[in-house]
Each structure stands twice: as C-alpha cells, then as structure tokens.
Design a binder for this molecule. Sequence first.
Ligand code: RI2
Length: 325
Amino acid sequence: MSGLVRYITGQCIRRSVSDIIAETASDIRTMQVRGAGRIARAGASALAIFSESYKGDSLDGFKTDVEAAARILLASRPTAVSLWNGVHASTKDIDLALTMSEARDSVVRNANAFVDMSVKALQAISEIGARTIRNGDVIMTHCNSSAALGVIKKAHDQGKDIKVYATESRPWRQGILTVGELVNAGIDTTLIVDSAVRTVMGRVDVALVGADTIMSNGALVNKIGTSQIALMADEARVRFSVCSETYKFSPMTIFGDEVTIEEREPGEVVSKGEVPDSVKIFNPVFDITPPKYIDGIITELGILSPGSVYDVMIRQFGYRALDSR
Ligand code: RI2
C-alpha cells in the first residue's frame, strides 16, 4: 500500500492523519494515484480526513488552513479539472459557516457526498454506455480510463460478444493496466503499440475513451494520443465516444480560460544516457480533441452531444464555481 492511504472505488482507508494533504498531493504528482476520477476522489477524501482531525478551534484559522490544503492539492497535477471540481465541491459551503464545527462538518459532508456522487456516476455511465455497444462490436480504447472500462465490462457482463484493442499509451504504459483488467474480466483483448492505431482502426466499430477535462465547447482533453485516435476514427467512419462524469466539465473554460496541458519529465520517455544529452525531450501528457470529432459524450445524465456541454455545465455548476477562481 503506497503513501498513507489506499483508494479503492473512491473509499479512503485511513492509516494516519498527519500530513494527509502533502502525502495525497505527492501520490497524485508521482501518479501512485492516477486517473481523473481517482485523483478527484483522493483530493476530496484527503480534505475530509484533514477536516475531521483538525485540532484548532478558530473558524478563520480553519478556513485559512483548508484554503492552503486545497492549494497544495490543486498544484499536484494541472490538467484534469476533476480534481479542481472535487476540491471545490468539498469546500464550497465553508464561507456560509458561522462556527468552526459548522465549517468542519460542511467540508466532511460535502467531500463524502462528492465521493459518493462520483462512484454512482461511474455506475450510471457503465449502464448507459453499455447500451451503445452491440453484440459483436470491436472496441478500441486508450490509456486506462475507469469510465471507459466500466462501459466495456458492463457490455461483456450483459453477454455481448466483444473484442477490445487497447493501446500501450506511452510513456507511462497505462495500457498494461487496461489489458490486465480486461483479461481478468474474461474479455478478448489485444494490446497494440500507439503507432498501430491507424492500421487497426479498419477492424474497429467504436473507439471509447475517458476524459480528464471537457471544455465548454465540447472539446475533449485526454491522454496524449487521443486526438490521433479521434482523427483516425473519423477517417475510417468509426464512432468515437467519450465516457465522462460531468464533474470533468470545466466551468473555467466558459470565460476563456485555457486548459493547462501537463508536461512531465524527460526521464519518463528515455533513460539517462539512452540518447545524447543535447537531444531535447518534449513530453506532453494530454492533448485536445476538437468537438467535431466526438460523436457522443456518455455521462451519468445520459449521452450528450459536444454542443450541449455548455448548457449542462451552467445547470450543474451555475456561476458559483467561477466566483472562487
Ligand atoms: P478515469 C487518465 O489520466 C487518462 O487520461 C484517462 O483517460 C483519464 O485519466 C480518465 O480516467 P492519467 O491520470 O477517470 O493516467 O476514467 O494521466 O479513470
């Protein structure tokens, strides 16, 4: 078990409460906890534990410390807005509290509610998404998305005869996790290198990927390589569907904020000495798929067109999220 906590379907098992925020941020930064949904649940769970065990009795002191904790968590990885939404859902009522205990209770209550909502959203996406998979379908997936894998596994559980091509997803090779999960579930699974996507696309009926962030115009931010899959799916007339909980919608993009694309260390791409030191390594972790390549976004509310994301975002978040920027 890594760090202080282990995250299983959104539940956080407590081992110690000291430094929970710093350790959770470190687990997220080093990708011991990864996946847009999991990091959001990890952030909310850490805030709940931090608040439950808070020793001070000053309301102002608590607010200041929770704000600092939120900043540390948000600095851990910049791209997936799920983390931002998880943290803000947890702290949203803190300014309404009149006492320290009211404030503390609101963070614990809201954080736990976020985690519950997040797990239920995944279940709903599995149910809704599985209805879009037909018997005999060949599916391509990328990286390791619990939302996309939930759909695939549910379709298999329903007795549909499906096959999956899973990309390796360099440099972290999350595809290795994906093929392990799928084979354990009894699904016919083939691993391909990322550069084989175009070759294989002709055999595929549907490309199914997860999301780190959905922008207000319906564009998808997801693991590097996703946009190439979308383009190749378009070229081959293959359906391209995104599996995304609505807390991966980014309210900040409504008013023009850009999504920061995380760049990680060169050492994730090549080992020291493998190439001359003068070679520059560029390691962007995510890319952006324009809405025109997306056939549907499978959410817990149903299947949305990219063009309807803005309306759902306003209904879900209102403008309150923007106030706390
Ligand atoms: P779920 C992952 O990012 C992948 O990009 C994946 O598609 C996305 O999060 C969503 O994952 P990373 O943490 O929330 O591996 O569907 O960089 O599990």
